[in-house]
Design a protein around this ligand. Structure first.
Ligand SMILES: [Zn+2]
Length: 142
């Protein structure tokens, strides 16, 4: 079922009407079976002003968000490129590797990057090991 706000061009009456589908509305309209509740005129139209306004606004918002997202994504991918080139990937062993660097006093030329849980990051922080969290985007997504 679909509800349309109908508008009578003859007497300016606005009223709601239910249809089984938008096709049913078109069918009734073509056969002049849509009539005004008040003056019986067949000059009845769907009022489409409101939905159109809503749609165009939504589209603008989506576009703005997408632009913002793409801008942020570009920045993050830039970081990721830098990190990949300058840091050693340790995957899930991040906490272990970070500790081994910290406690063995190894001055490795390369930093490390990988994934760690929030709990692991908290523990590392308590042990005085500096970590930096960044959002990671899988470049294969899309
Ligand atoms: Zn009317």
């Amino acid at each position: 079922m679909i509800k349309y706000k109908l508008f009578c061009k003859n007497c300016d009456l606005k009223f709601d009407s239910w249809f089984a589908s938008s096709n049913e509305y078109e069918r009734l309209k073509k056969r002049n079976l849509l009539t005004c509740h008040k003056c019986n005129s067949v000059k009845v139209e769907k009022t489409i002003m409101a939905p159109q306004l809503i749609n165009s606004k939504t589209k603008i918002d989506e576009k703005t968000n997408l632009e913002k997202y793409n801008k942020v994504k570009k920045t993050i991918i830039g970081y990721q490129k830098f990190i990949k080139e300058n840091f050693k990937f340790v995957g899930d062993n991040f906490a272990y590797e970070a500790r081994s660097i910290h406690y063995n006093g190894k001055k490795k030329s390369k930093g490390i990057y990988g994934s760690a849980s929030k709990k692991e990051l908290k523990e590392l922080k308590e042990e005085g090991i500096d970590t930096q969290m960044i959002t990671w985007i899988d470049e294969n997504e899309n």
